[in-house]
Ligand binder design. Sequence first.
Ligand code: NAD
Length: 346
Amino acid sequence: MRVATVPTTASSVVSSQPNEWIRVGVLGFGGLGQAAARVLAPKQEMGLVAAADRDGFVYNANGLDPDQCINAYRTGGSVGDVTAGGQRAENSIGQLIQAATAAEGYFLALPNLPNTFMASVVEQFIEAGWQGVLVDALKRTSAMEQMLALQGRLEEAGITYMTGCGATPGLLTAAAAVAAQSYAEIHSVKITFGVGIANWEAYRATIREDIAHMPDYGVETARAMTDEEVAALLDRTNGILALENMEHADDLMLELAGICDRHQVTVGGVVDTRNPKKPLSTNVKVTGRTFEGKISTHTFTLGDETSMAANVCGPAFGYLKAGRSLHRRGIYGVFTAAEVMPQFVR
Ligand code: NAD
């Protein structure tokens, strides 16, 4: 049981509070972290107050200017160089957790290399006695299993943890959970993604983690590769990574949501690291049998103009907002993107 006190009256129905401003932080300021800062910039009810990268952090309870943070990161290598509120730090995440007393939630846009890294960051939050909402865009099933194992400790700590809240897992898994409702029985969920990025250096962790899914590679091999080795591999493949039967937590999430067995879920895709145009349209196909005995397939396809960053960061903050509603109601512990609806952030 993850629920401490769930109100049951009609008044407990989650309502949006447009005049509120939710202070959030972003951990990791690479490709997705920077995009996250940009996604938040025009928002009325949520704003960036904290960010950390490997070498520093920045905090300002009144809000951070995304351009200043991005400039500092691109020129000096760290948001710690932002003049107002920036600080270089060795243990940047630990120090930020202590400093950012007003931050109510964080999006963890960190590499999960090694495969246990994200779980170790979450432990830091627990050990610091921090309370609030954490959101990840984890990919691997084995990484999400580590988060689920922290369920009891997160609940005791008063942390609402939203896991698998990117694009896949995330948006597409949630779409599959909705699509499944037409059927009496689910036969398969097939996720196929197409990602186009102009250069791999903008998303180093994403690309390394994708390489880790290739035959003859693994998380440790990919982690140990130098940037030159990654570039040489991409030269050999003409910048393309074609991936199939990936270890993706969409399977675990849909199984936990009671929709199908994890073996019925497959994830694969194509990443073009030299062209921002998607090599194929990202989609999820949910096949099942209706109560009348008809076999059919629902297909949900993302618009080709939407980038990976848009499809990861948008849902991540939508789930952060949903997580905050749960947190305010005293509901703590781990939730996946397939069991909670994201809330739209205005
Ligand atoms: P990146 O390599 O561009 O950036 C990583 C950032 O993390 C950098 O700013 C780096 O300084 C920082 N960092 C590294 N170690 C740190 C530490 N110990 N303390 C503080 N900061 C640290 O990464 P990216 O390509 O933006 O990917 C981020 C994550 O998002 C990856 O794990 C990737 O798998 C995930 N992702 C998920 C989805 C999805 O749909 N679920 C899609 C794309 C990417």
